[in-house]
Ligand binder design. Structure first.
Ligand SMILES: [Zn+2]
Length: 108
């Protein structure tokens, strides 16, 4: 079955409704059956648009830092640190996707 997070728009394919969104972390109250999902509407304020832009820049910077740290650890033969920073980079990239989704859906 498919579910959808109404906060970040993440589509989730699982048999049972998850306890939390795997992308943004909101509790299951904000997860609906994909068939019941309605795209967010309304426009964003200028301040909200600026907040989304700042958040996206932060996530891009964090992703870059984690990727650099992962590469350095890989070159140094530190597999655990490499995997750790790769996982963090993947997480931050997911945040970027969620922010871009919100910006696109809300017309920012
Ligand atoms: Zn979410």
């Amino acid at each position: 079955m498919s579910w959808r997070c109404v906060v970040c728009g993440k589509k989730i394919t699982e048999d049972h409704k998850p306890d939390a969104c795997p992308l943004c972390g909101v509790v299951s109250d904000y997860i609906v059956a994909d068939s019941e999902y309605e795209r967010p509407s309304g426009t964003l304020s200028a301040a909200a648009i600026a907040d989304y832009d700042r958040a996206l820049a932060l996530e891009v910077e964090a992703t870059n830092i984690y990727n650099e740290a992962a590469e350095r650890a890989k070159n140094e033969g530190d597999e655990l640190t490499n995997l750790f920073f790769e996982a963090l980079a993947k997480n931050e990239h997911g945040h970027q996707v969620a922010i871009k989704f919100q910006q696109r859906m809300r017309g920012a």
